[in-house]
Ligand binder design. Structure first.
Ligand SMILES: [Zn+2]
Length: 667
């Protein structure tokens, strides 16, 4: 049993959720108001003690297990959640590798030192006579005492060794200070000196509030660079941090959107003015790691970036990353109930605000506080923004340039889940390019398997519903279970083969797409550690087999997943003679576990429907009735794909099909 399994076996999901949500017993399940979306009328949040799962049938359309609930509720990552729940369950976490221990000790020491350094700078700003100029600067920038103290803004003396001497006296060596990014080495002379001199010091914290580095603004009018960050250290990696997130995260969740700005001052000024959901990226385009971090708190991002042309291009780069991350995330489509209907809702909503020329959020908020929410309100959806930027400098007489814009923008439009929205953008693009919209439809785009599947589904609606009736009645027979042992085995085997033959992933995805099924995504896995593992495997983009745990992780970050991988590596590899059949075998595995999940969702819904009397809760009844047909359509799609796969298999080799059945137990 893995640690997560053991924790789950010791804790009852109803107990844990009852701490924060008032639950009422209703039949075999418990219902309450969903803590993740504002609602006071419909208790659309259901906890199933039998399967130890939860699900929101309202706006969120999400669900999961104990871990996903706590992660979502508290905004913690997997490790934080694991530590908390292990503690609560009285489960001892396996001691980390000696190497990890060393690493953690290094990080703890750095964190202590940085906290101390931040105190030191902060005291200097408040009391040092030499900091008079700095205090004046702070007040000119309009930051009040409370803000200065909340963000623990400080001052670094105009000295080459003040910080160094101070902390040497406290027992820290020069090496310690250099590791913390506080000293710079003069390589010629072999001497070290204070990195930050005569600067306003802004501590940068990680999402948990631990100080990991500094952003420092020069107070010398001719000082360069204007802003100097801590260098990369064991704890400071600016591509994985967002300034202000530790304070903003609660508000991001409650306001259900995050505003991403460019500078420290912007964040502090916004905070002071009562706009609490604002964070800053630090001089880089938004990275995948940053978006993943934010996605834990909201699905709605507003980028408020500088207006100049370079800003526009940088924004576009950020968007490229955003789209990739969110696309992959949106594959949670498969996880959620009412996939097609909620498609649009599940995908993150990214909007862009272009700030007036020559301003930044700091200036805007200081000059006219009310202007800020107005600007945020006017944020444009990504597609609209991209069309604007692409068309802005376009020569309308240049046919080739127009075609290039169409080719650039159309895939983006094609990604939009909602058909009405999609149509809207297509018309918009046609208008802006001054071409007939029908022409745009003829621009050939790579096939989109998911889209064609839904189109097909719509076209055959009546058949689907008819067959649906049939399935519906059978659905009741299926026991309600999160995931059967057989499906768990299929997933384990699938991951095991992907570890050994990473190149098979593309083939599996290709075959799924050919059968109008979504490609394999995190959402396909029911265990949290499998999802993280899948992310790692996919992220490698390498064809090399993963033979040992060290191939996957170069840091201690995912130490808790190690035991899962070690476990998987004990499962049998594929014999050489069966390698050519491996992709088919895995595709069928995927289809089988998806089918099982859909069946159990249908059964879940059926049960709820039976247990909810219409007169008691008409809204919920209505919701259940709407969601059922969609699930049945999905089920039909999978059945079709399985049928097609088997037929192909039979055509290829007669023996293969029976092998499939033997291997994956589809009989
Ligand atoms: Zn909800």
């Amino acid at each position: 049993m893995t640690v997560t399994d053991e924790i789950k076996s010791r804790l009852d999901i109803v107990d844990v959720i009852s701490d924060s949500v008032q639950l009422r017993k209703s039949g075999s399940s418990y219902t309450g108001f969903c803590p993740f979306h504002p609602n006071t009328r419909t208790p659309a949040f259901v906890v199933f003690p039998n399967t130890q799962t939860w699900r929101c049938f309202g706006a969120c359309a999400e669900g999961g297990d104990l871990f996903s609930f706590v992660m979502k509720k508290e905004g913690w990552d997997f490790k934080e959640t694991l530590t908390h729940l292990a503690n609560r369950a009285g489960v001892e976490l396996r001691p980390a590798d000696p190497q990890d221990k060393v690493q953690r000790a290094v990080e703890d020491k750095l964190a202590d030192l940085l906290e101390g350094v931040s105190d030191y700078y902060s005291q200097l700003l408040l009391f040092a006579p030499q900091a008079e100029y700095a205090r004046q600067y702070v007040s000119e920038r309009g930051l009040n005492d409370e803000t200065v103290s909340t963000f623990k803004v400080g001052y670094a003396l105009d000295s080459w060794d003040a910080c160094r001497n101070h902390f040497n006296m406290q027992g820290y060596s020069d090496e310690d200070l250099e590791d913390a990014g506080l000293l710079t080495l003069n390589e010629e002379k072999g001497t070290r000196y204070d990195r930050f001199r005569n600067r306003l010091m802004i501590p940068i914290r990680d999402v948990r509030g631990r100080i990991v580095g500094f952003g420092a603004r020069t107070l010398d009018p001719d000082g360069l660079p204007k802003y100097l960050n801590s260098p990369q250290t064991a704890v400071f990696d600016k591509s994985r941090l967002l300034f202000g997130l530790d304070l903003a995260r609660r508000h991001i969740r409650s306001e259900r959107q995050v505003v991403i700005v460019e500078g420290y001052m912007d964040v502090m000024q916004a905070w002071q003015a009562g706009f609490l959901n604002v964070v800053a990226q630090m001089g880089t385009a938004l990275t995948e790691a940053q978006l993943r971090l934010l996605k834990r708190f909201t699905k709605r991002f507003i980028l408020a970036l500088d207006a100049d042309a370079a800003g526009g291009q940088a924004t576009l780069r950020s968007l490229e990353v955003a789209r990739e991350v969110l696309d992959r995330g949106a594959d949670a489509r498969f996880n959620a109930r009412g996939l097609v209907r909620h498609e649009g809702r599940l995908q993150a909503d990214i909007r862009i605000v272009t700030l007036p020329e020559g301003t930044d959020p700091d200036k805007i908020i200081r000059m006219d506080r009310e202007r800020w929410p107005e600007l945020i309100e006017q944020a444009k959806p990504v597609v609209e923004y991209v069309i604007d930027v692409a068309v802005e400098s376009l020569d309308m007489g240049d046919a080739k340039a127009k075609a290039a814009v169409a080719e650039q923008v159309l895939p983006l439009i094609d990604d939009v889940k909602n058909p009405v929205e999609r149509e809207h953008y297509r018309q918009l693009l046609a208008r802006r390019l001054q071409v007939d919209e029908r022409v745009l439809l003829k621009v050939t785009m790579p096939a989109k398997p998911w889209r064609s599947r839904t189109a097909q589904g719509r076209g055959k609606k009546s058949t689907g519903e008819h067959q649906g009736q049939d399935i519906e009645s059978k659905g009741l027979v299926v026991a309600i279970s999160g995931s059967s042992a057989a499906s768990d085995m299929r997933r384990a085997d699938f991951l095991r083969q992907c570890l050994a033959y990473p190149q098979v992933i593309n083939q599996v995805d290709k075959q799924l797409a050919q059968n109008q099924q979504p490609v394999v995504s995190e959402a396909d896995f029911s265990r949290l550690d499998d999802r993280f593992l899948w992310r790692q495997i996919k992220g490698r983009q390498s064809q090399r087999p993963i033979a040992a745990i060290d191939d996957l992780w170069d840091s201690s970050e995912d130490e808790f997943l190690r035991e899962r991988v070690l476990d998987l590596l004990t499962l049998p590899d594929t014999p050489e003679s069966e390698l050519n059949r491996l992709p088919d075998r895995l595709v069928l595995s995927v289809l089988d576990w998806r089918l099982e999940r859909i069946k159990s969702l249908i059964a879940e819904l059926e049960l709820l429907k039976r247990e909810t009397r219409t007169q008691d809760n008409p809204e919920m009844h209505e919701i259940y009735n709407q969601q059922l047909p969609e699930l049945l359509m999905q089920r039909l799609g999978i059945d079709r794909a399985r049928g097609a796969m088997s037929a192909t298999g039979r055509r290829q080799t007669g023996a293969q099909n029976s092998l499939h059945r033997k291997l994956v137990g589809t009989d």
